[in-house]
Design a protein around this ligand. Structure first.
Ligand SMILES: [Zn+2]
Length: 292
């Protein structure tokens, strides 16, 4: 299960990361109770005897030890013992992971990150998710790279985040849509912005270039901290491709230190919208395996 700020994706995933069935429904944002019920119902829709476990990728901060969602920026899930609730409801082992971490694990095992021991992934969607794999191991209980401060005292972050100048406020699909609407009017979203750039509209190209530079500045910091061989960019807004990634590469090379900056590549994710579902399942398989 991949729970996003706008939709819930559910899928049956085999141990190799292949998705067999997929269902999609809008995310219930009215209240926590309604969202919890929606999550249970979405999982139940796909449950049969062949299902060993259920993994949830969530746009949330998770306490792995307690199996609790501590809080979320873009969905109404705060301080809820989700693992216990869902284990009871679904009658199967349940694993939880932050959605950015789940996507990073999926790309590392089955997508663009294969063969890179250390990689950083950023997912650009409603918010900005992140995940880090170091020497083949996913860093769990962390990964909120989207809430890295990019500009001190900058523009307010999104949702329930009280921060200012966070990466998410500048490079998410939501942030892109805001800039697009200022330039082109209320009907233009991030996807339309990308299409306009592809049609050669210079204002659209400039907007994406500026977002790409900010993204590259943040990536430069992540390269300095983690020294990855690979930075993978996914999420819906990654469809902007090189309109974002070229300026990001240029800025990263200015901000990151040698020799890491000369070795790192910034590439697009390969698994598309399935990354979150695949990653959530892989986390659940890993936990089943380690439980014996
Ligand atoms: Zn924030």
């Amino acid at each position: 299960m991949d729970v996003g700020g706008t939709k819930i994706l559910a899928g049956i995933v085999d141990p190799a990361g292949r998705v067999e069935h997929r269902r999609e429904r809008p995310t219930e944002l009215d209240s926590q109770d309604r969202l919890l019920d929606e999550l249970g119902a979405a999982a139940e829709e796909l449950l049969d005897d062949s299902i060993a476990a259920v993994g949830f990728g969530l746009p949330s901060r998770i306490d792995q030890q307690a199996g609790r969602v501590d809080g979320s920026v873009n969905v109404p899930l705060q301080d809820v013992p989700l693992r216990e609730l869902m284990t009871k409801r679904l009658g199967r082992p349940v694993a939880l992971e932050n959605d950015g971490n789940a996507a990073a694990l999926a790309e590392h095992r089955a997508g663009a990150g294969r063969g890179a021991p250390t990689m950083v992934m950023l997912t650009l969607g409603t918010g900005v998710g992140g995940g880090v794999v170091v020497d083949g191991n996913l860093l769990r209980d962390g990964g909120e790279l989207g809430h890295t401060v990019l500009v001190y005292d900058g523009i307010p972050c999104q949702g329930t985040c009280t921060g200012r100048g966070h990466l998410e406020a500048y490079v998410s699909g939501t942030a892109a849509a805001k800039l697009a609407q200022e330039a082109f009017g209320p009907a233009v979203d991030a996807h339309r912005l990308v299409r306009l750039a592809a049609e050669g509209d210079s204002t659209a190209v400039e907007i994406l270039d500026e977002i790409g530079r900010k993204l590259g500045a943040a990536i430069g910091s992540f390269v300095n901290i983690f020294r990855p061989q690979l930075v993978v960019i996914g999420g819906g807004f990654a469809s902007a491709g090189d309109f974002l990634l070229e300026p990001a590469r240029e800025t990263m090379r200015r901000e990151a230190l040698p020799p890491a900056r000369g070795r790192v590549q910034i590439v697009r994710a390969e698994l598309g919208t399935a990354a979150g579902v695949i990653g959530a399942a892989l986390v659940a398989y890993d936990e089943l395996g380690s439980a014996g």
